[in-house]
Design a protein around this ligand. Structure first.
Ligand SMILES: C[S@@+](CC[C@H](N)C(=O)[O-])C[C@H]1O[C@@H](n2cnc3c(N)ncnc32)[C@H](O)[C@@H]1O
Length: 213
């Protein structure tokens, strides 16, 4: 598997899923993605200053943004949410921050616009993950931080994770990206440093610092 390939577009799938998304996603976090999600959120809490401009790309229903605001990690004025789905963005209506309808592969932002870019469980839904990574790097300022959680080609532990992976594969609702290839794609698009945080399950969590030059 390479990241250069073009995969089926899943934006329409998530548009339909929006009303029931939170319940399903809680189950995913409980059984498979919870460690990677916690690692991503910890990285943001540790590294992002309250003055940082943060983009949450593929924001879904905005659950992560709400936590950042309620815990006073980042004020709403410094937050931007991006998603291609109107149904998802409507669920973020209570979050008083910048919102943009758009895709990872063609983000409506200027170069270097953000100090931190987070992307949880959206890279694997992109039809062009290599382009998505290039774009996330483009909108980060030099020295900025990219925090990524995604379904990866890592071992599923136990019957529940195996069943979840099987059902995602069967429904075509995402893909399990090759961790080494994602990491290499981040390195070759201008990261000074990429750290893979060890997490269990068929998932990965990467933190990358954008090249300062
Ligand atoms: C599994 S949900 C993750 C949502 C949120 N980040 C979370 O952690 O709950 C995937 C999200 O990515 C969005 N999405 C799908 N294709 C996308 C694309 N090409 N670019 C940006 N977002 C996309 C979907 O609309 C959906 O909101």
């Amino acid at each position: 598997m390479t990241l250069a390939a073009t995969y089926p577009d899943l934006a329409g799938f998530y548009e339909r899923l929006a009303p029931g998304y939170d319940r399903l996603h809680r189950r995913w976090l409980r059984h498979a993605g919870g460690e990677a999600q916690a690692a991503l959120e910890a990285a943001v809490r540790v590294f992002a200053s309250p003055h940082a401009g943060l983009l949450d790309a593929g924001c879904g229903t905005g659950a992560f943004a709400r936590r950042l605001i309620s815990e006073e990690v980042i004020p709403p004025a410094n937050l931007t949410l991006l998603d291609p789905s109107d149904a998802m963005l409507r669920r973020c209506v209570d979050i008083l921050c910048e919102k943009a309808r758009g895709r990872l592969e063609a983000m409506p932002f200027e170069d270097g616009a953000f100090d931190v870019v987070t992307c949880a469980w959206a890279l694997e839904t992109s039809a062009r993950p290599a382009k998505a990574i290039e774009e996330m790097q483009r909108v980060l300022r030099p020295g900025g931080l990219l925090c990524l959680a995604f379904c990866a080609d890592q071992p599923a532990i136990g019957i529940v994770q195996k069943a979840i992976r099987q059902s995602l594969n069967l429904r075509g609702a995402g893909r399990f990206l090759p961790l080494g290839v994602v990491r290499a794609a981040i390195e070759t698009t201008g990261a000074a440093k990429v750290v893979s945080v060890p997490v269990t399950g068929p998932v990965a969590m990467l933190v990358a610092e954008r090249d300062r030059s």
